[in-house]
Write a protein that binds this ligand. Sequence first.
Ligand code: HXC
Length: 510
Amino acid sequence: MKDIQQELEERRQVARLGGGAARIEKQHAKGKLTARERVELLLDEDSFEEFDMFVAHRCTEFGMEKDRPAGDGVVTGWGTINGRMVYVFSQDFTVFGGSLSETHAQKICKIMDMAVQNGAPVIGINDSGGARIQEGVASLAGYAEVFQRNVMASGVVPQISLIMGPCAGGAVYSPAMTDFIFMVKDSSYMFVTGPDVVKTVTNEVVTAEELGGASTHTKKSSVADAAFENDLEAIAETRRLVDFLPLNNREKPPVRPFFDDPSRIDESLDTLVPENANTPYDMKELITKLGDEGDFYEIQEDFAKNIITGFIRLEGSTVGVVANQPMVLAGCLDIDSSRKAARFVRFCDAFEIPILTLVDVPGFLPGTSQEYGGVIKHGAKLLFAYGEATVPKVTVITRKAYGGAYDVMSSKHLRGDFNYAWPSAEIAVMGAKGATEILYRSELNDPEKIAQRTADYEDRFANPFVAAEKGFIDEVILPRSTRKRVARAFASLRGKNLQNPWKKHDNIPL
Ligand code: HXC
């Protein structure tokens, strides 16, 4: 018995060393943590339960039968984050460059299956040279098995991908199908084809960082949701994100202790909207003043900044926030902001997270680049996402709500539950100047007359009351009392039960 126990311990020691001390040192020299260090930091202390520590590959090509490291380049198992269960896999770059073999894939699939069965998120830490070259098609099959599980798990349990090294070729498509992708600056990259192939095919000369680094994917492509300075920060922020999320689609979001009075009045909000309707203000100020303890977890902060998406808590419960940002492009909707917000709304709806929408939108961005880029279809994504969402929806119009964008931004007509407006709200087909220039085109050469017409239009329409008279706005509220009103609205909706008609699935304009 003693011998067996000793053998177990020795085998564990070997497995824990992965590809050996020299490769671990190399990993550290690149500023990267090892697969196991990442898991230890991600999970609560001593909570990690490992699976398949001794699994080894079955490849016999290229002399591989002589090199069968325990674990086969991926550490898998489950543990807790602040006491709540998550499944995790962490690719070990020190073992065959973290490349994915048939057995490596089987280990990932095993924990994904358990996550779906037992209703807990999957967090995947990616650091891999891609398909295990020695295994050929067996490795490709392994990827596809993972992809299929990503699809099946989508909308059932939250899936989070941390990219902490190379992630190239078809390997990118597993993270791409997860809910959130976090990258580490300067040490991670994602691309379908690398710089060498790009040069051969298109003659473009580009570095790996330029082509698929954290900055590219958080600012240009929007493939990734956030970029962090190093592994440590990315892991800490992942723990913070998990605290906002339900464990699965059958559970309500978690309720955390809160120390912020839900009825708190904030007089500074009364002067947030400037006198001049064209002067911008920072919508983030409103978000942080509304949420418990000013805590706001922003998603895709660096992309399409004309719309803000992220999570706050009200009375300790998670609420997803979508807000136009007047500081950028006047807060208009365009291709990028519509896509960004639509995906966020769908995530919230899939996981029963109520949605708060803060509206100050002058309309859709005009122009050939928008029309040629398909703003019609992309704008429709957001419209569709709001329209199909059955979670509690509370909307506050702070200033402009013009045209089609008024309809899109969680209006009453898209089954908004509570639609509030501040006294400064202007709900109309368009701004006063544009409206009068169309209605009174024949008077355009008379500036005095036009000015009078514009003033008349403003008096008549630049307010929340026309919409309120029709019941499209449930109540005009004082800015200072917004937190209280919104918190009470969501509290009243805790028992909301709304279902869409049965269908196999919808056909959202992709
Ligand atoms: C087997 C691999 C490997 C792979 C790396 N290694 N990638 N082993 N299969 N795909 C091994 C190396 O042989 C080396 O072993 C160790 O991992 C570290 O690799 P290095 O090259 O020394 O590291 P580095 O200089 O940091 O470069 C990392 C890298 C490079 C950029 C990822 O290794 C690389 O280009 N690898 C090949 C990438 C690739 O073409 N993959 C297939 C893509 S196609 P030793 O023993 O020396 O430590 C694909 C399709 C997926 O993935 C399809 C899904 C549908």
